[in-house]
Design a protein around this ligand. Sequence first.
Ligand code: ADP
Ligand code: MG
Length: 241
Amino acid sequence: MIEIKNLQKKFKNIIVLKDISEQVNKGQVICIIGPSGAGKSTFLRCLNALEQPSSGQVLFEGQELIGLDDKKLDQLREKMGMVFQGFNLFPNMTVLKNITIAPIKVKKVDESTAEKTAMSLLTKVGLADKANQYPDQLSGGQRQRVAIARALAMNPEVMLFDEPTSALDPEMVDEVLKVMRDLANSGMTMVVVTHEMGFAREVADQIWFMADGYIQETGTPEEFFNHPTTPRAQDFLKKIL
Ligand code: ADP
Ligand code: MG
C-alpha cells in the first residue's frame, strides 16, 4: 500500500531522515518506536506529503506522491486519515459538525448521509451522546476519540497516528488505545508512532525502531522486545522497560 524508497529529508543542513526504505502492506499495523528527535513525526508527515522529501520516493498504491498537483495530492490525502498528538478539532463546531464537515465539503456527501455515518462512528468510539457538544466540553480522551471518528468519516484506506495519547492524562490513555485496538482488529491498515509499549507489543504486526534518522531495526513485537539485535535498540529498551 505504501512504499518508501531511499527517503531522505533535510531541513537546511540537518539531515533528519537519512535513508529509509520500507513498505506498509494492506491490513498491517506498524508501530514506530524510538527516542524523541529520531525523525518519527517527520517520517509520518512524509507519508502523506505534509513534508516533501529531499530525495527518494514515497508511493501510495503505486502512485508517486512527489510532484503531484494540489488536486491529485488532496485526493490521495483523503485516503490517509491522520490523528496527531494535539486535539485539532474545530472549537466552534459541535462534535457532529466536526465529523461531517469534510465529507460534506470535500466528498460532496449529502448532509443526512454524512450525519448517519458520523453517528455510527460516534457509537463505535463510545461517544454517541456527545454529538451536540462542543470540543471544550469534552475531556482530552473524548476529544481524541472524536478526532479518530473524524478521520474515519473520510473512509480512509490507511490511518496514520502520531503519538495520539502522549498529551493525555494517564487515566484517559486506555479509552483511546481501546478505539485504536478495535480499529486494528477490524483490519484497518495503520502506522502508529507511539510510546505505549504495551499497545505496540499487543497490536503491532511489525515494530519499526527509529533512531538518528534511520529505521535501525524492524521485526515482530516478539523479536523486537525480546531479542533486539542492534545496540541502539537494546539501549533504548533498557531505558524504558
Ligand atoms: P520525533 O518525532 O522522532 O521526535 P521529529 O521528526 O519531530 O522527531 O524531529 C526530528 C528532528 O528534525 C529534530 O531534530 C527536529 O528538531 C528536526 N525538525 C523537525 N521539523 C523541523 C522543521 N520544520 N525545521 C527544522 N527542523 C525540524
Ligand atoms: Mg514526534
